[in-house]
Design a protein around this ligand. Structure first.
Ligand code: BTN
Length: 239
């Protein structure tokens, strides 16, 4: 594993995209501050100050594992839960890869696949974790309820130690995961899922689908059922 540290960057994901050709497989790029952090569905990822985690994995796996690439975000959400548990808290997962503590979002994960023509060049797997935030910083985010690890534990968090635990655990089982795919983590994912067997609404691009979250299948897709039909969702945002 190689590590690149940047003091301030627009976005670690964007940096990795721009420098993908020169970055080796399994490089971790992290920054103290992000000025234009990006989230899923073109949302922003707000920088809550230094002491938080802004990081991207550069991954160049064999295209033979292509069908498991889209589940890497779910694998990372499980790895994050394992690390958070070491701090004595009980995280939950909201499909597909949001990690919540006491119902509030503590982290966000954004994967981007880079393809040139038909050639697969790599995956950039970005993660932001709120490690050290002030209560007023948390309430400045209006569109969702968020939390931070220092608030949940009552202690300030060492970001380097947290990052080392996360990257260590990520690479420990990365190859097993690539070979097996979602089924490698399915039981653990289900155990931590907070949305199953509930009436939910899922935003899929501009459409809202309502139903009971019946299951997560072997591909990590969400099975949503209502009186009219069953949906098998590969992408979306539980509202
Ligand atoms: C989301 O929940 O919408 C995903 C947020 C992902 C944020 C991280 S922070 C590090 C990396 N760089 C980015 O610009 N985004 C990801």
């Amino acid at each position: 594993m190689k590590t690149v540290y940047l003091e301030t960057v627009e976005s670690t994901n964007s940096y990795c995209k721009e420098h993908l050709a020169e970055l080796f497989d399994r490089t971790v790029v992290h920054a103290a501050r992000q000025t234009s952090g990006r989230g899923r569905f073109n949302r922003n990822w707000i920088d809550l100050g230094s002491g938080n985690l802004f990081m991207s994995f550069v991954l160049k796996p064999s295209a033979a594992f292509r069908e498991n690439f889209s589940n890497l975000t779910q694998y990372l959400s499980i790895v994050l839960c394992r690390v958070l548990e070491e701090y004595g808290i009980m995280p939950e997962i909201k499909w597909p890869n949001d990690v919540l503590v006491n119902g509030a979002k503590i982290a966000g994960i954004l994967a981007e696949t880079v393809v040139h023509g038909k050639e697969f060049s790599g995956i950039i797997l970005g993660i932001g974790v709120n490690l050290n935030a002030e209560p007023q910083g948390l309430s400045s985010v209006k569109d969702k309820i968020i939390t931070a690890l220092n608030i949940e534990t009552g202690k300030s968090i060492n970001p380097d130690r947290f990052r080392n635990r996360l990257t260590g655990k990520f690479f420990e089982h990365y190859e097993d995961f690539l070979e097996e795919g979602f089924s490698y983590i399915k039981d653990e994912y289900i155990k931590r899922a907070c949305f199953l067997n509930r009436e939910i609404s899922v935003k899929v691009f501009n459409e809202e689908k309502k139903g009971i979250a019946e299951a997560v299948n072997d591909k990590g897709e969400l099975i949503l059922k209502n009186n009219e039909r069953e949906f098998v969702l590969t992408i979306g945002d539980i509202l």
